[in-house]
Design a protein around this ligand. Structure first.
Ligand code: GDP
Ligand code: MG
Length: 437
């Protein structure tokens, strides 16, 4: 996600002279690049203007503490302002009835399924229901999702109005001690008065804890324009951005918070039920700046492997000591985590480069076989792997000596990369960009 922005930000930064004090012209040139990057990603014009003004003011100020170089000062300024624009800190979901609104096809129903699963896994009691009475297929879609993730779907007799369903579902959730009732609403292809009135009536009747606008990130500025109308007519408490995978240019993520004053709470990053992530402004800012997203990576890993083990591997990865035993474990949980390329794109500096690379998951199986044919000693201390050991390993794993060599080389490279990551901490605790100063 956000690859385009990352690429363009990287390019803009790479043009800035390192070391020397930056002239006003240099800063202006840099800002022009950032401006066109943001506008191309379909960010809102006014928000971009505000952002650039703030960055410019800060960047021109001298760093009196002299702790950072002029370039680092610029880097930090952009980072800090990005975090501000994106919403400072992550925003929790208030317990109660959560209303999902938005146009048709933006991903409301899918998102409810994803979020129900997510919240259930967090230990909350969840139920779902739908007021999309004009489209029985849409109700059925949610019902199926609910069955799949084993969350109650509240169904009522036919012929009830959307408002009546909302009211009944909300009372039922309360009486059953449900933490979150996720309520689907009808969407339309365009904004229409009847829909707005219906949503307003539902809102008045059930006093939801949240009214979340589901925005399709692929729609760019149009998504923001529609959100504004929903906010004026119904009143929103937050937003969820869907379809941030694929070609989404990400400008909506950049604009929503500043333009409407509502936080982005989650992002949808794929069609599968587990493709939802909490929205962390600081991590998204890091991603945009090409700093990767180590934290999300660690969290994702923690979901499938026991916590202490995740911690051990994360520490090893960050400290640059890690052996084939760790690599094997990694392969194992990567297989459980899904698409490898998605995971790799979270590693600092790799995001933009990885855009066109597809990783062959059969390769992982092969590599696992090679590691599994090594002895414990060999896994822990790959340096002892000489020619006769290589022959044995190749035979044992049904591969060739050149396959074994390739893996050994990859291991060395991975180690190098990890060492580099470790050294990427900047003076203020944020990781350095993965290119040279
Ligand atoms: P609704 O009309 O707002 O309820 O939209 P749906 O939930 O039915 O979703 C419309 C389409 O968008 C479906 O094909 C979903 O699979 C797809 N979709 C939803 N969220 C995402 C996402 O985060 N990424 C991708 N790639 N597709 C999504
Ligand atoms: Mg729907």
């Amino acid at each position: 996600m956000l690859e385009l922005l990352t690429e363009r930000f990287n390019k803009a930064f790479s043009k800035v002279e390192k070391g020397k004090k930056l002239t006003e012209k240099q800063i202006n040139d840099f800002l022009r690049e950032i401006r066109s990057a943001l506008l191309e990603s379909d960010a809102d014009y006014e928000v971009v203007k505000t952002f650039l003004k703030r960055v410019r003011e800060e960047a021109l100020k001298e760093d009196l503490t002299k702790k950072t170089s002029p370039f680092e000062h610029l880097l930090l300024t952009v980072y800090e302002e990005l975090v501000k624009i994106l919403g400072e800190s992550k925003s929790d979901l208030k317990k109660g009835t959560v209303l999902f609104v938005g146009l048709q096809g933006t991903g409301k129903t899918t998102t409810i399924g994803k979020l129900a699963k997510y919240l259930k896994e967090q230990g909350s009691k969840v139920a779902v229901s739908s007021t999309d009475i004009r489209r029985p297929a849409a109700m059925l879609q949610l019902q199926r999702l609910a069955e799949k993730i084993e969350v109650p779907y509240y169904q009522f007799e036919e012929g009830l109005s959307a408002v009546e369903i909302a009211k009944l579902a909300s009372s039922k959730a309360k009486s059953e001690g449900v933490d979150y009732l996720l309520l689907d609403t009808a969407g339309r292809l365009h904004i229409d008065d009847e829909l707005m009135e219906e949503l307003k009536a539902i809102k008045d009747k059930v006093s939801p804890s949240e009214v979340l606008y589901v925005a399709d990130a692929m729609q760019g500025q149009e998504a923001l324009r529609v959100a504004r109308v929903f906010h004026e007519r119904v009143g929103l408490t937050g937003a969820i951005l869907t379809k941030m995978d694929g070609d989404a240019r990400g400008g909506v993520a950049f604009s929503l918070r500043e333009a409407l004053g509502i936080p982005i709470k989650f992002v949808g990053v794929g069609e599968k039920i587990e493709d939802i992530e909490l929205f962390y402004p600081d991590r998204v800012a890091q991603r945009i700046m090409g700093l990767g997203d180590v934290q999300s990576l660690v969290e994702k890993a923690q979901k499938v492997i026991p916590e202490d083990e995740a911690q051990v591997i994360a520490t090893k990865v960050m400290s640059g000591e890690f052996d084939f035993e760790d690599m094997l474990k990694q392969f194992e949980f990567i297989e459980q985590m899904g698409p490898f390329d998605k995971l790799l794109s979270m590693i600092p500096g790799l995001g933009a480069q990885l855009k066109n690379i597809k990783i062959d998951e059969r390769m992982i199986k092969k590599k696992k076989a090679i590691i599994q044919s090594m002895t414990k000693d060999e896994r822990r201390n790959p340096r002892i792997i000489n020619m006769s050991r290589k022959t044995r390993i190749a035979k044992g794993s049904g591969t060739s000596i050149s396959d074994v060599n390739k893996l050994l080389k990859e291991y060395e490279e991975m180690k190098k990369l990890m060492r580099k990551m470790k050294n990427m901490k900047g003076p203020l605790g944020i990781p350095r960009l993965p290119f040279k100063f």
